[in-house]
Design a protein around this ligand. Structure first.
Ligand SMILES: O=C(O)CCC(=O)C(=O)O
Ligand SMILES: [Fe+2]
Length: 309
């Protein structure tokens, strides 16, 4: 396994084959490389669906994604992302805003991975911001001010910047399973700490300060959103940013407990050289290699399964 640093965070990994059985020592090392660097791209993997689904389970419990039409019929934990013009307009560029996956859940996603089946010749990068580096660079007064604060989250709740796409969800579409799940989740307002200690690295970082936050516990809406906005502007400065393009066959994995990310808007096309198709897996909890750690999140008492009855 060869590693190359991509910036102040982020790493590219070559000379590693993820398709076969990975022994525990190797897998532990891979998890720690991702956690330490926030995001990693594993070049030239070309896994088939069974191998990829198996690999995904080495990162934790695969999530039940709220939008069922995107799920692979055979492997429901594989979520299809594509720029096909046949998709509903509301779903186009649905991830082109700064967010942390699953922060609208009581048990948010810890890792997300994308296996690129097709990549466009131009564009299609994923943008990342380092929330550990951003936290560490905060002035001591700000760290003291935010210490112990709690953020309220909601599915598609967050305020969007001018350059971010506002997601439209078919949350009211009673005909579709995805609509029902989305509606259930949109009704939930979990609260999560604004500063999180990472269960694997032990480092502190800002958590999910963009995408789903609708306010801060114990503050007026205006005051809470202003604080979140200030932290977001800080974290999106160029020194905390990188972009990575998943080429066909690559697996891009990020640590949702330590980063924000955003897709880049892309033309919707069926044409050769313009298609972008990926299979996504998100997991929560801890990878089996790190099951001895204290998890970042636990579901509170009384919260029933988020699965549909
Ligand atoms: O398409 C991308 O580059 C990122 C999509 C995304 O935000 C996700 O899969 O969670
Ligand atoms: Fe995402």
């Amino acid at each position: 396994m060869k590693t190359k640093q991509l910036g102040s965070f982020g790493v590219e990994i070559t000379d590693l084959d993820l398709s076969g059985d990975l022994d525990r020592t190797t897998m532990k090392e891979i998890v720690e490389v991702v956690a330490k660097n926030g995001v990693a791209v594993f070049r030239n993997q070309h896994l088939d669906k069974p191998a990829y689904a198996r690999f995904g389970r080495l990162w934790g419990e695969p999530i039940d994604f709220f939008f069922t039409p995107d799920l692979d019929p055979e492997f429901p934990h594989l979520i299809r992302i594509s720029n096909s013009p046949d998709l509903d307009p509301g779903r186009r560029d649905g991830a082109a805003f700064w967010h942390t996956d699953g922060s609208y859940e009581y048990l948010p996603a810890a890792f997300t991975m994308l296996l690129a089946l097709e990549a466009p010749d131009v564009g299609g990068e994923t943008r990342f911001a380092d929330l550990v580096g951003a936290y560490e660079a905060l002035p001591p007064e700000t760290k003291a001010r935010i210490d112990g604060l709690t953020v309220k989250h909601m599915l598609v709740g967050g305020k969007r910047g001018a350059d971010e796409v506002k997601v439209k969800l078919d949350a009211d579409d009673k005909e579709r399973d995805g609509g029902i799940r989305a509606r259930k989740r949109a009704a939930e307002q979990p609260e999560h700490p604004i500063v999180l200690t990472h269960p694997i690295t032990g480092k502190k970082g800002l958590y999910a300060i963009s995408g789903s936050p609708i306010g801060m516990v114990g503050m007026s809406e205006e005051e809470g959103l202003a604080l979140l906005d200030e932290l977001k502007r800080h974290a999106l400065q160029p020194q905390f940013r990188i972009e990575i393009k998943a080429g066909a066959g690559d697996i891009l994995i990020w640590d949702n407990l330590a980063t924000l990310h955003s897709a880049t808007p892309l033309e919707y096309s069926h044409e050769d050289g313009k298609r972008r198709v990926l299979l996504r897996i998100s997991t929560n909890g801890l990878p089996p290699t790190h099951a001895d750690r204290r998890p970042a999140f636990v579901k509170p008492e009384g919260v029933t399964s988020l699965k549909l009855a």
